[in-house]
Design a protein around this ligand. Sequence first.
Ligand SMILES: *Cc1c(COP(=O)(O)O)cnc(C)c1O
Length: 232
Amino acid sequence: MSSVFKPSITDNLIAILTRIDAARKDAVAPAPETHLIAVSKTHPAEAIRSVLQAGHRLFGESKVQEAQAKWPALKAEFPDVELHMVGHLQSNKVREAVAIFDAIHSLDRIKLAHALKAECERSGKNPLLFIQVNIGEEPQKSGVAPKDTLAFVAEVRALGLNLQGLMCVPPAEASPAPYFGLLNTLAAEAALPLLSMGMSDDFDSAIRFGATHLRIGTAIFGERDYSKPDVN
Ligand SMILES: *Cc1c(COP(=O)(O)O)cnc(C)c1O
C-alpha cells in the first residue's frame, strides 16, 4: 500500500493539465490552443498506457528505435494516438521516422529536409514539421542559429514540406523567458503558426510567450532512469 502516498502518473497528468489551464488564463497573449505532448522516452509501455487510459492521446519520443519498440502495440490499442519525434533525427532514420511519427520537431539541416522530401514523395505521408532553433547558440546543441532561421525556413518551404513551426530548448542555467520571446519573434517573422517550447521546469513561461506545443516528460512520468542501457 506504499503507493497510496505517491502521486500516480494520472494524478501528475491532471495536475499538469490544470496548471496549463491556469497559466493560459493568466497569460496576456496565449496561443489559441496549447497542446500537451507527454514525452514518454525511457518510460515503459505500462506507464504510457495509464496516460492513454486517462484519455490523453498526444505523446513524444526522442529515438526512432525506442518508438518502434514501444508504439506499434500501443497504437493498435489506441488508434487515435498522435506521436511526435522530439529528439535529434539522423538522415538514415528518416524512412522509419516518417512511418511511425505524425510530427517531427527537430528539422535542423538542409540534408535532413531533402531526405524528408524524398521520403514524403515515396510514402505519400506528410508529417507536420518544426525547425529546431539553437536559441541560446550553444555549441553542444543541435539547431539552426537564430540569425539563419528565416533563410532556412525559406529553403524548407521551397521544398513543399509541411513546415508549420519552430522548436527550441533554452540554455539550462538561464531564465528561459528571453529565449521563448526570441522564438516567438522568429516564428512571427517567418509567418509560422506553431511554437514547440516549454518543458517540465519552464512550461508556464512558455505559455506566456505563446507556446502551442509543450513537451513535458518528467513532471508526468517521473525521473528518467538513464542507467538502463537501451534507452536515452
Ligand atoms: C526529454 C525532452 C523533453 C521533456 O523534458 P522534461 O524535462 O522531462 O519535461 C522535452 N523536449 C525534448 C527535446 C526532450 O528531449
